[in-house]
Design a protein around this ligand. Structure first.
Ligand code: HEM
Length: 146
């Protein structure tokens, strides 16, 4: 299993391929919600914890919004559109300063939770490939070191 992280030029928005619907078929909604919850719990202890809600209730809401999104893009029920409207995720990330380094931390936390899943590698790979590319769309700040 290759958890490759591509490097892009600042401002690039490479074309994205959605994950395989098998990701949802195999994990079911509950499995995706658990995965996202575990990811947020790691983020809350990471070097970019300052970006995420500190209060449990708010963190739970963040977990729900993100889970709704991932279930939807894996071909599931359009919970996100119902609850939040059009995703427009790059715009929704603008209030947070996301550097290329923050993206790496965010992806590393995903690598930890994805590598524990008991589903075929090619299905995990399709989810990772999506995160690897689309995460760059959220980078909106240059590295602190310039
Ligand atoms: C590049 C690294 C990323 C960082 C550091 C990051 C950080 C954040 C932060 C700070 C928030 C607001 C707090 C919250 O609601 O969790 C957020 C919200 C969210 N993020 Fe990210 N994010 C990243 C990439 C992504 C990617 C690649 C996706 C989708 C594939 C995504 C999906 C979402 C969603 C769905 C929300 C909730 C938006 C809403 O409805 O309010 N994020 N993210």
């Amino acid at each position: 299993m290759e958890f490759t992280i591509n490097q892009y030029e600042f401002g690039q928005r490479p074309p994205v391929t959605l994950p395989s619907p098998k990701f949802l078929e195999l994990l079911k909604e509950a499995g995706i919600r658990q995965l996202i919850s575990d990811h947020y719990d790691l983020l809350s202890k990471s070097e970019i914890s300052h970006l995420f809600p500190k209060i449990d209730e708010q963190l739970d809401k963040a977990k729900q919004r993100s889970s709704d999104f991932f279930i939807q893009i894996c071909g599931g029920h359009p919970y996100y559109n119902e609850n939040r409207g059009k995703p427009m995720l790059a715009s929704r990330h603008l209030p947070f300063s996301i550097t290329p380094e923050a993206r790496i931390v965010w992806l590393n936390c995903y690598e930890q939770v994805l590598s524990k899943l008991d589903i075929p590698e090619d299905v995990i790979q399709s989810f990772w490939d999506y995160l690897n590319v689309f995460s760059f769309w959220m980078v909106n700040s240059k590295s602190k070191s310039g």
